[in-house]
Write a new protein. Sequence first.
Length: 154
Amino acid sequence: MYGEVDLQGRQFSALVVLKRGNEFLLLLRPVGINIKFPNMWSFPGGGSEKGEQPLQTAIREVYEETGLRVYPQDLKILYQTKDFEGKKNVYFFVTEKWEGKIDQNRVKSEHQKSEWVKFSDLKNYKMPPNNLNLMRRLVNKTLIGKKIKLIIKR
């Protein structure tokens, strides 16, 4: 499942961090040259380091970007898809367990800001296509306001 990589040998992972079962942690991507999906909201995540598995990437990226600590046993694979160019695998994990508080200095080192967003407000946030597809699947497969217990795979 985790075998596909990009030309640099990297895979990509994102972590859907839930609060109270109906709020998602979103980060506003920066604006600049060579930034994919500038000024859009996305989940914490990014490319793997050499030899790193997708789960490890999700854990590292959420800490680097937010300061939140998450642990492997608390993450579940939610969805796997290709990137917007169809070249690389992107893995989405989900968790409702974390330790710490969001560190705005970490957020601002790679993003503009962070927000907790309710299901019902997601339509007001411009997101990359893979994130939108994931959210549509979640909304269609779950009851809004209930804890997400369904793991979705393509």
